[in-house]
Design a protein around this ligand. Structure first.
Ligand code: 9D3
Length: 236
């Protein structure tokens, strides 16, 4: 079955964007997943096609109207989980990506302006998601990130080699450094062990370098659970 993504946005031209190319684009062409982007403004009711209004209680900026968003959601909603991309949301993790990729697809609502009327989020049970602690201009780039992360997990999108790596011992660590030819570039030599042909020594070196990079750059990952790997099955 095709994994289906529907996106509600004021800027449907931003989709598929990078997801029309490369791995994701080819998988979409093969019918592994589908993407339809819908213009929220199509559900506006007034002459000026208004989708926002001033915030109750005052303050700067505009708020997206619940009635317009509800109509837009009604046009696409089905059994798929519906999410809203917002800086107020839970930070996206690989565990959530895995969960979403394992389901039938997603409906994604992209915010713009200062925010979205909370009542439509509550009434629809929308799951609020952020992609991290930095300020974007809207939810669209966050939706592209979420979809990229999900699509690469769909069966048949990545080669068997990459899928195996996903489940390898190194999951949860940063990668070891990579090198290719020439063996000497501007006087910088590739680590000798990689030229030695000793597979066990190469594997041990890579493991040490992965651990070193993780300790130096992301010590938080060493105490966290292995984030890039599926959790083990429950004990009998
Ligand atoms: C200056 C306005 N901000 C007050 C602190 C609120 C704000 C509203 C809307 C900030 C950014 C945005 C637009 N961002 C998103 O819609 C968004 C987002 C993000 O900015 N960072 C990380 N993940 C996400 S998901 C959606």
């Amino acid at each position: 079955m095709t994994w289906r993504a529907s996106v509600l946005t004021l800027f449907p031209e931003m989709f598929p964007g990078p997801l029309g190319l490369s791995l994701a684009g080819r998988a979409r062409a093969r019918g592994v997943w589908s993407l339809d982007a819908h213009d929220i403004r199509a559900h506006a009711t007034d002459r000026h096609r208004t989708v926002d209004d001033t915030p109750f209680g005052g303050g700067a900026g505009m708020v997206m109207r619940p009635d317009i968003l509800d109509a837009a959601l009604s046009a696409v909603a089905d059994e798929r989980p519906a999410l809203v991309l917002t800086p107020r949301g839970q930070t996206l993790t690989q565990a959530t990506v895995r969960e979403l990729a394992a389901g039938p697809g997603v409906v994604l609502l992209c915010g713009r302006y200062e925010g979205i009327d909370q009542r439509v989020i509550d009434a629809r049970g929308l799951r609020e998601m952020s992609i991290g602690d930095y300020v974007l201009s809207g939810g669209e780039p966050a939706a592209l990130v979420l979809l990229d992360a999900c699509v690469r997990l769909l069966p048949g999108v990545m080669g068997a080699a990459a899928s195996a790596e996903e489940e390898s011992f190194a999951a949860g660590l940063l990668e070891y450094p990579h090198y290719t030819r020439p063996a000497d570039w501007q006087g910088r030599r590739v680590p000798e062990v990689l030229l030695s042909g000793h597979h066990a020594e190469v594997a041990a070196w890579r493991r040490r370098e992965a651990e070193r990079a993780t300790r130096e750059r992301r010590p938080d990952l060493l105490t966290a659970q292995a984030w890039a790997v599926a959790p083990p099955p429950p004990a009998p």
